[in-house]
Design a protein around this ligand. Structure first.
Ligand SMILES: [Zn+2]
Length: 309
């Protein structure tokens, strides 16, 4: 792997120099939220595209080919302590990602949901891992229109479930008791004032114990989401969407399924409401909320949710 990946990011495809028709087309498609490659004379697809076939030096053809939306990590390098000029402010991997349908790989940042500075790479980070781009809402025709890549199936799902089991202490017990009565209860932190839900008995930001209960509505906003293609017993069908939802009034997102809308229409900023199971089926479990469904309300602007991503 490159010893100075930062240098590399500026190079492939010449993202920062004035662009010819090939790169220009690639960047225009990025702005529209699509990834395309260019076909070489011998039939390969280059992503990012170049004006010349790097192997033969020949001009490429004028055929552009849509690739993705999913790709495969071909190699990676872990950044445990991001620098100021890095695309993410928490540990991430530089990864070469070969989009489905492409013959070459694209270098980009891969977000694995690791937040502790200096942390080791998660075990599920592997060559061959399936990833997809996380697009910015506002795009300008630059490689940064893809904020980063993220795992195809949300790897963060598993740790979250694990947390429920491991920390099934009084706070969680109280939370589930609320859910068993159709209420969503959070804790307000005395230091930062934010409402943590599901509460854990302490503020993850300030590390102080929390006890002040606040009832939250069952409406919220999708911050980030992932389209999952592996069947899950909780999901209505494949593909399904798992999303981080910022409940109205909450200071932290919670993970849930989103349904009642085709997977490819789910978007950041979408307003949603909990779909509860029939009351007679309620138990002391998060499963009382089957999933979240779209509300007929305008999307929340990106600026209003960007601090919760
Ligand atoms: Zn706090």
């Amino acid at each position: 792997m490159p010893s100075d990946p930062n240098h590399i990011l500026e190079f492939p495809g010449g993202y920062t120099r004035s662009v010819g028709p090939v790169i220009g087309r690639f960047l225009s498609e990025l702005r529209d939220g699509r990834l395309v490659g260019v076909r070489t004379r011998d039939g390969r697809v280059l992503v990012p595209p170049t004006e010349y076939d790097p192997d033969t030096g020949e001009d490429v053809t004028d055929e552009f080919v849509p690739v993705g939306p999913v790709g495969t990590v071909t190699t990676w390098s872990w950044v445990a302590r991001p620098r100021k000029d890095h695309p993410l402010d928490r540990p991430f991997a530089w990864a070469l990602v070969r989009m489905d349908g492409a013959d070459t790989a694209l270098l980009h940042a891969l977000d694995l949901g690791v937040f502790d500075e200096g942390a080791a790479p998660p075990k599920f980070l592997k060559t061959g891992m399936r990833v997809r781009p996380r697009w910015r809402v506002e795009r300008s025709g630059a490689i940064g229109d893809i904020e980063c890549f993220q795992p195809e199936v949300t790897m963060i799902t598993a740790p979250t479930r694990l947390e429920y089991r491991l920390r099934s202490g009084r706070a969680l017990d109280r939370f589930l008791e609320g859910v068993s009565q159709g209420k969503i209860i959070g804790h307000r932190c005395d230091v930062c004032g934010q409402v943590i839900v599901p509460m854990k008995g302490l503020c993850p930001k300030d590390g102080v114990p929390t006890a002040q209960e606040v009832e939250l509505p069952d409406t919220g906003t999708v911050t980030t989401f992932a389209v999952n293609n592996l069947p899950d017993p909780r999901a209505p069908e494949v593909p399904f969407v798992s999303a981080y939802i910022l409940l109205d009034g909450a200071g932290l997102t919670m993970l849930s399924l989103v349904a009642g809308i085709p997977a490819d229409q789910v978007r950041m900023g979408m307003r949603v409401k909990a779909k509860w199971r029939p009351r007679e089926e309620w138990g002391k479990t998060m499963a009382n909320i089957r999933w979240f469904e779209p509300l007929d309300e305008p999307d929340v602007p990106f600026d209003a949710i960007k601090d919760y991503l």
